[in-house]
Design a protein around this ligand. Structure first.
Ligand SMILES: [Zn+2]
Length: 169
């Protein structure tokens, strides 16, 4: 059953729980509102990084790494592979986990993989205006949509990130 199958919800602390939940007044169904999982990849081809310009809100025209919400029934790796195809028409192979980043106030858990573009073939899917490869030093950081992209790129390229920070210190 989903939320729409129930009657009117009220707020209550279910037995054995310790926080307020939305509870169906008819049957007692508890509508747990848990964080969303977002999966993505820092995709490289010959040391250059694949980034998309967003064609959808929020932040239309801004740069992001390919990623999106994990779907039920897929693994996080499968989700990252799917998102790279949907947003960047990129066939990737996953290399390693870059990291897990929690935005607790927003209720979002980002899981970002390092991945390799199998061949230099890519292009915009319906959610992207354009897709391109950038050398680390070419990335226009002031056009990057969300902090998670920079967090992941800097973790994927720690030496380059250190060198850049030293140059701007
Ligand atoms: Zn109900």
């Amino acid at each position: 059953m989903s939320r729409s199958d129930h009657g009117s919800f009220r707020h209550a602390i279910p037995a054995g729980d310790d926080r307020m939940r939305r509870v169906c007044g008819d049957c007692g169904f508890v509508d747990y509102e848990n964080p969303k999982v977002v999966v993505g990849a820092i995709v490289t081809f010959e040391d250059r990084i694949l980034l998309c310009r967003r064609a959808i809100p929020p932040r239309i025209g801004w740069l992001t790494h390919p990623g999106g919400h994990l779907e039920r029934g897929e693994t996080t790796e499968e989700g990252a592979i799917r998102e790279c195809w949907e947003e960047a028409r990129a066939r990737i192979s996953i290399d390693s986990l870059i990291g897990v980043h929690t935005n607790a106030p927003a209720g979002v858990v980002d899981i970002v993989y390092a991945a390799t573009l199998e061949e230099p073939s890519f292009g915009p899917g319906p959610e992207s205006e354009s897709v391109a490869l950038y050398a680390f030093d070419e990335i226009p950081w002031n056009e990057v949509a969300f902090p998670i992209t920079r967090w992941a790129v800097e973790r994927a390229f720690p030496d380059l990130a250190r060198r850049r920070r030293a140059a701007f210190a």
